[in-house]
Design a protein around this ligand. Structure first.
Ligand code: DX5
Ligand code: ZN
Length: 216
C-alpha cells in the first residue's frame, strides 16, 4: 500500500504535538522529520530533541530525513521507539555503504536521498543494501517549493531497475508533492509520498483525505 508521510517542517512548531495527533487521526502513515543543519542545506530546522518530544505522543512511525553533513555522527541520536527509517543524502556521504550499514545495525531501515541534480546511476552499487531511495523533487532546504517535473523520470528509472534486478527497496518522493500530482507519482513507481505545505496549509484533515482519495 502507498504511504503518506506529512512533513512537520510545515507544521506550527508551537503546536507540534497537536498537529501530529491531527495527521494521525486523519489517516497519515508516518511523520516525516526534516533535519537541516545550515551547512548541507541553506536552512536550519530542528534536531533530535524536538523529534524526541513527539515520542509517546503518536503511534505513527518516524521517517527521518537528515539533510546534514557528517550524518554518521548523529544517526544514533535519532533512533527512538518510533523511528522506522533514517535517510541520509548520497551527496553528504563519501562512505555511503558504511553509513547504510551503520543505520541498519541500529535496527532501523536505511534510506538514501538524491538531490535533483544527482543522477540515479550513482546509486547503482547500493541498491541491494538500502530499504528506501528518496528522490528529492525540489532542492532541499525549504518547504513550499515547486515540484521539478524531470524528477518523475528518476522515479520511473528506479522502478524499472527495481523490477529488472528483482530488488525490494521502496521509493519515496519529497518536495512540491500535492494531491494533484501524487497520482502521477504513484503511477511512476512511488511507494511513499512526503508532503509538507500541501498537508499543513489550511484544513489538515481535509488535505489528508484529499491525498488519500488521489492515492487509491
Ligand atoms: C525539503 C524537505 C521536504 C519539505 C517538503 O527540503 O525535505 O520534506 O518539507 O515540503 P513541501 O511538501 O511543502 O514541498
Ligand atoms: Zn524531507
Amino acid at each position: 500500500m502507498n504511504k503518506l508521510a506529512p512533513s512537520i517542517l510545515s507544521a506550527d512548531f508551537s503546536r507540534l504535538g497537536e498537529h501530529v495527533s491531527e495527521i494521525e487521526k486523519a489517516g497519515a502513515d508516518m511523520v516525516h522529520v526534516d533535519v537541516m543543519d545550515g551547512h548541507f542545506v541553506p536552512n536550519i530546522s530542528f534536531g533530535a530533541a524536538v523529534m524526541k518530544s513527539l515520542v509517546g505522543r503518536t503511534g505513527l512511525p518516524f521517517d527521518v530525513h537528515l539533510m546534514i553533513e557528517n550524518p554518521d555522527r548523529y544517526i544514533s541520536d535519532f533512533v527512538t521507539e518510533n523511528t522506522e527509517y533514517i535517510t541520509v543524502h548520497q551527496e553528504a556521504c563519501p562512505h555511503i555503504h558504511r553509513t547504510v550499514q551503520n543505520i541498519k545495525s541500529l535496527g532501523v531501515k536505511a534510506g538514501v536521498a538524491i538531490n535533483p541534480g544527482t543522477p540515479v546511476c550513482l546509486l547503482e552499487d547500493i541498491l541491494e543494501d538500502v530499504d528506501m531511495i528518496l528522490v528529492m523533487s525540489v532542492n532541499p532546504g525549504f518547504g513550499g517549493q515547486k515540484f521539478i517535473n524531470r524528477t518523475i523520470d528518476k522515479i520511473r528509472d528506479l522502478d524499472g531497475i527495481r523490477s529488472r534486478r528483482n530488488l525490494t527497496f521502496e521509493i519515496e518522493v519529497d518536495g512540491g508533492v500535492t494531491s494533484q500530482n501524487v497520482g502521477h507519482l504513484i503511477d511512476a513507481g512511488t511507494d511513499i509520498a512526503v508532503a509538507g505545505s500541501a498537508v499543513f496549509r489550511g484544513d489538515i484533515k481535509a488535505n489528508v483525505e484529499s491525498f488519500r482519495e488521489h492515492m487509491k
